[in-house]
Design a protein around this ligand. Structure first.
Ligand code: NAD
Length: 500
């Protein structure tokens, strides 16, 4: 059957006006030109056409942005504000995100390829939510008083303070562009740090638009600086910069390792949110229809470009065929279409490069003998669309099973008992998340305790909540974001001991 993809809709005047702007950087509270004239083209993934350009920041630009953040931190214009004042700024920014949700969503859709309905219904509201949540922590991160172990009572006043680390370099990927940016900025500002943010070169438009809102919210100049450009150039310079105290990165495990090494020279504080290859386990007693729907939603949402996508389905032998049949028929309901069409459920992949990467995984699966239960192809149109794909008859050792694909491709395997599936689920260098489907409480808790992952969901999937810590075991990351852990990741612990 040939899949018909409708053409992209005409851009609104509001969107076109943003795209017509000259490429600029947001440094020290102002829009400024780069020190050189290098730019990066920006594509609409639904048409594969260039829609605008962004600055490919030079080393001089990076130095300028870090100097602005350094100065803003050192002179205390942010850190020394009363907590209530910082809180007001974050809440104001959250309100502005809400007020501008339609235009932000439109920008995100044409930049990333995701359906406008998802950008408007998921990405943008989550940004306002995390800003409000982190604003709530500002006056609540406390220190402790503690009597020393070896001193007689009353001879010392000893206490522990939490202080902002300093200048944070924040580098984010292209899959949830604004949400990832705000997930970084919100806790850093709540902790009292200042920031240089570099969004992914494929999807910088919403972060640049956020800069306008940051200025409108009245956040002091230099507290948030946003630069754009290629990771291997300005991203690397940012990470190595001696005036950066903390690096927070979300992206691939490969880049995360490079960043960790680059940050070592000056022993910067580092947090990393990296790749995943999450198992989704279906036990024989599970609600099979719900599990199949959950599994499809987990791998096809955002065209599978999600670090927590349940990309390895393990179904008990007794229910395997039913589950795979269920997920495969769900695939047909994930209507592919251009980002601005209101009935699109799955957009194109973000870039030509990602399209080539995902298709080469599908080809390797076919060559290795996988059976195509759904999809396995790409519609022949200009955009970067890949059909929602389910592969069965796969086994460890195949690239499609062992490696993160980061596309709408599910691999399905059978198992017979709990020990076998625990071993198989953990047989990966990743450990970001997992999902378990069963009605049996004992099985649920045994699996939750045995799977090496930062988050385990039971009878649901991909529920990331600001109040709960998020991060990876093993090569899926270092440290945690969100919850109190998220703000602590931007703070140093200081012990004070005063002899009385
Ligand atoms: P990527 O690692 O290629 O790029 C991410 C960011 O790093 C971009 O801004 C890029 O410009 C920058 N970068 C690249 N090389 C750099 C270098 N040498 N120094 C400094 N910066 C550099 O990742 P991607 O392809 O944009 O994103 C997909 C990956 O992100 C997947 O592996 C996915 O699992 C992961 N991801 C993880 C999470 C999480 O929370 N764990 C969330 C989203 C995405």
């Amino acid at each position: 059957m040939t899949t018909v993809i409708t053409p992209q809709l005409t851009y609104s005047e509001r969107l076109q006006a943003v795209l017509n702007k000259a490429p600029q950087l947001f440094v020290d509270g102002e829009w400024c030109a780069s020190s050189h004239d290098k730019t990066v083209p920006v594509y609409d993934p639904a048409t594969a056409k260039v829609i605008t350009h962004i600055v490919d920041a030079s080393e001089t630009d990076v130095n300028r942005a870090v100097a602005a953040a350094r100065c803003a931190f050192d002179d205390g214009r942010w850190t020394k504000l009363p907590p209530a004042a910082r809180q007001k700024f974050l809440l104001k920014l959250a309100d502005l995100v809400d007020e501008n949700a339609d235009s932000l969503a439109e920008l995100e859709a044409v930049d990333n390829g995701k359906p406008l309905t998802i950008a408007r219904g998921f990405d943008i509201p989550r940004c306002a939510e995390i800003l409000r949540y982190m604003a709530g922590w500002i006056a609540k991160v406390t220190g402790d008083a503690q009597d020393p172990l070896a001193a007689p009572a009353g001879t010392f006043h000893a206490y522990v303070r939490r202080e902002p680390i300093g200048v944070a370099a924040q580098i984010v990927p292209w899959n949830l562009p604004l949400f990832m940016a705000v997930m970084k900025i919100a806790p850093a500002l709540a902790a009292g740090c200042t920031v240089v943010l570099k969004p992914a070169e494929q999807t910088s438009l919403s972060a640049l638009r956020l800069a306008d809102l940051i200025a409108e919210a009245g956040i002091p100049a230099g507290v948030v600086n946003i630069i754009t450009g290629r990771g291997e150039a300005c991203g690397d310079q940012l990470v190595r910069h001696p005036d950066v105290d903390k690096v927070a990165f979300t992206g691939s495990t490969q880049t995360g390792k490079m960043i960790n090494r680059a940050a070592t020279d000056t022993l910067k504080r580092v947090t990393l949110e990296l790749g995943g290859k999450a198992p989704l386990i279906v036990m024989p007693d599970a609600d099979i229809a719900a599990a199949a729907e959950g599994s499809a939603g987990s791998i096809f949402f955002n065209s599978g470009q999600i670090c927590i996508a349940g990309s390895r389905l393990f179904a008990h032998r007794s229910v395997f065929d039913k589950v795979v049949e269920g997920v495969s028929s769900q695939a047909a309901g994930w209507k592919m279409g251009p980002s601005l069409a209101p009935d699109s459920r799955m957009g194109p992949l973000v870039s030509d490069e990602q399209f080539g990467r995902v298709m080469s995984y599908i080809d390797s699966g076919k060559k290795d003998g996988a059976s195509i239960m759904a999809g396995g192809d790409a519609p022949s149109v200009d955009g970067y669309y890949v059909s929602p794909t389910v592969l069965a008859d796969v086994s460890p050792g195949m690239k499609v099973v062992d490696e993160e694909i980061f596309g709408p491709v599910l691999v399905a395997q059978r198992f017979d008992d709990l020990d076998e599936v625990i071993k198989a689920a953990n047989a990966t260098p990743f450990g970001l998340s997992a999902s378990v489907w069963t009605k049996d409480l004992s099985t649920m808790h045994r699996l939750a305790a045995s799977i090496k992952a930062g988050t385990v969901w039971g009878n649901c999937n991909a529920k990331v909540d600001p109040a709960l810590p998020f991060g990876g075991y093993k090569q899926s990351g270092l440290g945690r974001e969100q919850a109190q852990d998220g703000i602590r990741a931007y703070m140093e612990t200081k012990t004070v001991m005063i002899a009385l």
